[in-house]
Design a protein around this ligand. Structure first.
Ligand code: SF4
Ligand code: SF4
Length: 247
């Protein structure tokens, strides 16, 4: 069986998504039977981009001019482009301060007279190139990464999840933190796929996987209001991982 040529690149991000992939230690030998990783700067050097790719997995959002060029180059060379992790899918924590004055932000981080790299408001990948599939999460779940790779090995893209974290909470028979404990849990509006990782440990969902499509927003806001959380509070919490979250 011919191995697939894969590239893995990181833009503005913490590298956690790429690390999640490298942490699939038991599965790495099988991965290497199926894929040739031709461009993976975090894991190999020198990192040279050559030829065409069957798939490119891109972690992180766009915040610097050279990142846009790199992304466009990867797009040109690859059959499939996959957004890897919440930053790539919807901006993530790097985009947390979008909407604020950038010069002020720069000064607060680097001081008045420091020279900093040229940056712009962080953008998710789909704002610049066509994205064929997304594996969200901060970082993505190992099982989802493996499902993505298994699919790519067979020439198919993963089926997108379309249910909220609450569904998985129900499946695990968790006590509802929102209705029973009046905690600001974002499970009703957040894309599932993490097996309700946080509520299962008694911790409210922070929305790290981004918005679930077609969420019942009106009903969720009603429940939040009953528990004492107004729309602005819910919106601000949601936007920590996804500044483009419409609410
Ligand atoms: S605890 Fe959170 S995720 Fe679980 S059912 Fe309640 S609102 Fe949904
Ligand atoms: S429960 Fe929420 S915050 Fe926790 S991993 Fe899942 S989506 Fe992220």
């Amino acid at each position: 069986m011919k191995k697939l040529r894969v590239a893995i690149a990181g833009l503005t991000a913490c590298s956690g998504c790429q690390l999640s992939l490298l942490n699939c230690e038991d599965e790495l030998p099988r991965m290497l039977e199926l894929f040739e990783f031709h461009y993976f700067p975090m894991a190999s050097s020198p990192a040279l981009m050559e030829g065409e790719y069957d798939a490119v997995l891109v972690e992180g959002c766009l915040s610097m001019p050279h990142e846009k060029e790199l992304l466009q180059e990867l797009r040109r060379r690859s059959r499939y482009l996959v957004a890897l992790g919440t930053c790539a899918v919807c901006g993530g924590v790097a985009a947390l301060r979008n909407g604020e004055e950038r010069e002020q932000l720069r000064q607060s981080v680097y001081g008045e007279n420091q020279v900093a790299s040229e940056t712009y408001e962080p953008l998710p990948l789909h704002r610049v190139v066509q994205v064929d599939a997304a594996v969200t999460g901060c970082p993505p779940e190992k099982e989802e990464l493996l499902r993505l790779l298994a699919g790519l090995a067979r020439g198919v893209l993963p089926v997108a999840i379309d249910y909220p974290v609450c569904t998985e909470c129900r499946m695990r028979e968790n006590l509802c933190l929102l209705t029973e404990r009046s905690a600001l849990c974002l499970g009703p509006l957040t894309l599932g796929g993490c097996s309700a990782r946080c509520p299962s440990l008694g911790v409210p969902c922070e929305g790290c996987r981004g918005p679930v499509p077609e969420a019942n927003l009106a009903e969720a806001l009603e429940i939040y209001a009953e528990k004492g959380f107004d729309k602005a509070t819910v919106r601000d919490r949601l936007r920590r991982f996804c500044p483009e979250w419409k609410l």
